[in-house]
Design a protein around this ligand. Sequence first.
Ligand code: GLC
Length: 476
Amino acid sequence: MPPTINVLFLAAEAEPFVKVGGLADVAGSLPGALRRLEKPILDVRLALPLHTAIQAESATLYPATSFDLYRRGGSLPVQVFQLKRGGIPVYFISGGPLHAARTVYSTDLAADREKYAFFSLAALELARRLDWRVDILHANDWHTALSLYALKSRRSDPLLRRIRSVLTLHNLPYMGGEGLDVLSAYGLAPLEDESLPGWARSSPLPLGLWSADRIAAVSPTYAREILTPEFGCSLEGFLEGRGDRLAGILNGLDTSAFDPQTDPHLALHFDAASLENRPANKSALQAKLGLDQDPRLPLFGMVGRVDPQKGVDLALEALRRLPHRRWQAALLGSGVPELEAASRQLEADFPARARAVTRYDPALGRLIYGGSDIFLMPSRYEPCGLAQMIAMRYGSIPLARATGGLKDTIRDGATGFLVPEASLESLLSVTSRALDLYPEKGKWEAMQRAGMAEDFSWERPAQQYAALYQSLMEVV
Ligand code: GLC
């Protein structure tokens, strides 16, 4: 029997415990997909901060271990709890700055940096102390990147020497800021190596990228885009030099959690063979939002973080520029206050056509996926994106910017509409193209079916991650 590879997977958030964005979907479903592989055998365990939102589950947690973590001026007690969910052992780390934090992320970057430095260092110490040999430390985004820098800095420690590291990059622009404060607090020196630009040598994400044995961007196109000045956030030169360690692995979708045949939030279940059931969902959505229950009006849907990244402003402006066309729109999501206000303003200006619900409401989200006709995603950049995959699975045709994972998952003209430029003109012309096609029922349904037939499951990506782990185990 080949030996099991043990992987400790670190993330700031994971379904079903706590979710802010797409990272939680990945951290909530990739570990399970990896464990389900028959070959190689992967024992993947998850480590998360014990956020306030998770403490409510405390009845099901049991203490795993406790220790003191070095911090300048006085060490901090760390308590680790454990539970098993869906066959996956999950470690929850608590103590220090994690105690006081009320939300997963705050608007105070220095406070978040302190909190996640504590988590990252405590997780590494957990890896040292567990009665379970960690082969791979797999970090995600800036929040957990410092664990890899600390690992690399402490190579002389015999308990850490054999651990290999992987960093999955979900969103390059979020780097964690300038981190001299936390480096010195946790006894780490800033980097001296000149392969990273000076400003990046104390910043959590760049340090993680510098330290990782392998870097996985969340789509092949994003892995290439970050090598260019447009998307590289001034790290393109450094990343180019890391080319031999950088891969693009498209995220999967938890296809059992997102299934229009079983989704409890839909008015009527459907699949590609029973597409005639789908309009009942459009009608339920229109009724719920107080829109005209007219089946012939093309209904735009948008679900997700309300953020400039997602091109929310572009989508709003495009809809405003199309008063002469017939459409309805259902916008759902919370985020940047000015953009939330702009969404509500669209509703105020187009009361008969547009609804903007600016809160987190997964149930309404499901109905928008299952009831809208065109799913808007004009992102300025999109490392992977999940919503377009859910939309296709639910028969809503994505209209998205040709970038990152959107480009890798949507086939223009076959399963969706791709907008070549991040400009209003480009978006308007593709939107008109979609509206022109909408009345052609046969062609429209063929596109819906083609999207519904795509395989977005975790199976292939899990195999790619497994191959990455295996390649590291072969390195001595
Ligand atoms: C980030 C990215 C998004 C990606 C998600 C999960 O939220 O913005 O594109 O799908 O991470 O990897």
